[in-house]
Design a protein around this ligand. Structure first.
Ligand code: SAH
Length: 289
């Protein structure tokens, strides 16, 4: 049976404002984890709760690099960091079966078992290996920014579409045409499944491509929930696909990285950042605006 390379980390929680989860997200981000399965344990030996995360990666090499980075950056805060191989018996769907719908403004993102019929705009997402159930702060910041952007009749590109959640939201907000791009074929299977489930196939073109190789017509709104290193490395490719007067919604980085991301994206002009937890999103105006 195939197995997934993972790292299991555990730490003792210090109250509601425990910083370790945010630090872990930031430290794991460069290694593009596929999924994170979290649980709480109450060991008999102590009154403190233990939080335990199983973090899944695409390859053993990526897992090993992530484990080494966690050890170096957060070793002192963690009780243990174990490299494990988890049998592929459907953990992806099972571990996410507890997920509930989330709401951001007028948009509800729901797994198929928690639909909200009162939602003005409902996006159904089948949790799978495509990142983007709506639960991550960066996805939520992008969902809010898309609602502010005035998408009716506009052309939108979603770079790093993952589950397709942002592309589908753009289509439901009235965008005339949406292109959803990812370089990960596994994520794109989930994108297509979700586009079909939301009956959005007429408005959304799904493309497998590296951001750097993308050759498409420029868009009024580009949304890119990636990471700081990816945004910086591919800043020129991103600028190429924004029409004059258009905007870029960028997320996937923390406040300490805002400056570097904005520097790489100049002459695009950053608006004031929006923040949630350890994460930021910045809307950039193209100079033609
Ligand atoms: N848009 C979703 C998912 C973001 S996760 C959301 O906001 O929730 C980031 C996605 O970007 C992943 O699916 C990853 O495969 C993709 N990605 C990362 N680097 C990329 C690159 N260089 N070119 C294309 N896609 C990339």
């Amino acid at each position: 049976m195939a197995s997934y390379p993972a790292v299991e980390v555990a730490w003792r929680r210090s109250g509601d404002l425990d910083p370790v989860a945010d630090l872990l997200y930031a430290a794991l981000d460069p290694f593009q984890p596929l999924a994170i399965d979290t649980r709480l344990d109450a060991p008999a030996s102590t009154l403190d709760l233990e939080e335990i995360w199983s973090v899944f990666f695409r390859s053993p090499a990526q897992r090993d690099a992530a484990a080494a980075a966690l050890d170096a950056e957060l070793g002192a805060r963690l009780i243990r960091i174990d490299r494990i191989d988890v049998p592929d018996d459907g953990w992806g769907r099972r571990s996410q079966a507890q997920l509930r719908a989330i709401r951001v403004g007028r948009v509800v993102v729901a797994p198929p078992w928690d639909v909200d019929d009162t939602a003005e705009i409902q996006i159904l997402i089948e949790p799978s290996t495509g990142f983007g159930t709506g639960h991550h702060e960066t996805t939520r910041l992008c969902l809010a920014a898309l609602q502010e952007a005035g998408l009716r009749g506009r052309r939108v590109v979603d770079v790093g579409t993952g589950s397709g959640v942002l592309a589908i939201t753009a289509a439901k907000l009235g965008a005339a045409a949406v292109v959803a791009v990812d370089n990960d074929p596994d994520a794109l299977r989930n994108t297509r499944e979700n586009v079909a489930m939301n009956e959005a196939a007429a408005a959304i073109e799904v493309i497998e491509s590296e951001l750097s190789d993308l050759s498409i017509e420029a868009a009024d709104v580009v949304v890119a929930n990636l990471t700081a290193p990816v945004l910086v490395r591919h800043a020129d490719a991103l600028k190429q696909i924004i029409a004059p007067g258009g905007v870029l919604i960028a997320s996937g980085f923390g406040d300490a990285e805002e400056h570097e991301v904005a520097g790489a994206l100049a002459p695009l002009r950053p608006r004031p950042p929006q923040r949630a937890g350890a994460w930021s999103a910045v809307v950039f105006d193209s100079p033609g605006a």
